[in-house]
Design a protein around this ligand. Structure first.
Ligand code: SAH
Length: 237
């Protein structure tokens, strides 16, 4: 059985001292985080920059206080408004697919800010993150935490993420945490040459799909079955 030496994975260009202040104790401590990282490594998340970002990021800050003690279990958790914070393994899998094109990533588009946890991981691997959410109070809460952590390379927008963020395109990477029936054409169009996109696709049954834009066309990867919340049109009133 392999093992992981956590000391060999150094952060890429974060964290700020604010991360250390957000350390936590007991069930939210660095030791608890390290156990999760060892588990992700066992499950095949091996990219050093991805593991190092997930290792230092205080996921307990992104969930309700009542759930903080469960924040380092490898499970999705409710974040209100009928939405969930993604399972750490899935965050690792999606981020790893993007990071395999080389880190640091340039500009990254995220559809579905949600709790902001995935945004925090991307912000540590990218020059800039453009994150779009359709439920304003969710994004406001996420922004407050991300600001507190000193992650200042993030741009926020309330809109329908299926349209992407045309003014900031093209993107080196695109990630969606909401599942549409088919991949929106605008997202494909906003992907840079050599760029990668990862998102769930499908309604009752979903697959995690990866796409790479090569000079010869699009290359598609099937990363397995998943269960995400549906991508919904428009913004919530
Ligand atoms: N990565 C987030 C996932 C949140 S769940 C986390 O781990 O917390 C997915 C999010 O996508 C929800 O917040 C939902 O409101 C949002 N969403 C759904 N459809 C959307 C759309 N068309 N545009 C933007 N956000 C959308």
């Amino acid at each position: 059985m392999g093992a992981i030496d956590l000391d060999t994975i150094a952060p890429l260009h974060w964290p700020t001292p604010a991360f250390e202040q957000a350390q936590g104790v007991g069930m939210t401590s660095q030791r608890t985080r390290d156990r999760l990282i060892a588990q992700l490594w066992q499950e095949g998340i091996r990219h050093p920059a991805v593991l190092s970002a997930m290792r230092v990021t205080p996921r307990h800050l992104f969930v309700d206080e009542a759930l903080a003690s469960r924040a380092y279990e490898n499970t999705p958790l409710p974040i209100g408004y009928d939405q969930t914070i993604s399972q750490p393994y899935i965050v690792g899998l999606m981020t790893q697919f993007l990071a395999e094109s080389g880190t640091p990533l340039g500009r990254v588009l995220e559809v579905g800010t949600g709790s902001g946890y995935q945004t925090a991981i991307l912000a540590q691997l990218a020059d800039a993150v453009y994150t779009v959410e359709r439920i304003a109070p969710l994004q406001q809460r996420a922004k407050a935490i991300l600001d507190k952590l000193g992650l200042n390379n993030i741009h926020y927008r309330i809109s329908d993420g299926s349209l992407g963020w045309p003014e900031a395109a093209p993107f080196a990477a695109i990630l969606s945490a909401a599942s549409p029936p088919t991949i929106p054409q605008s997202l494909i169009e906003q992907l840079d040459l050599g760029g990668r996109l990862v998102m769930p696709v499908g309604e009752t049954t979903q697959r995690l799909i990866g796409i790479e834009r090569l000079s010869t066309g699009l290359k598609t990867y099937d990363l397995g079955p998943v269960r995400f919340v549906p991508m919904r049109p428009g913004v919530e009133a």
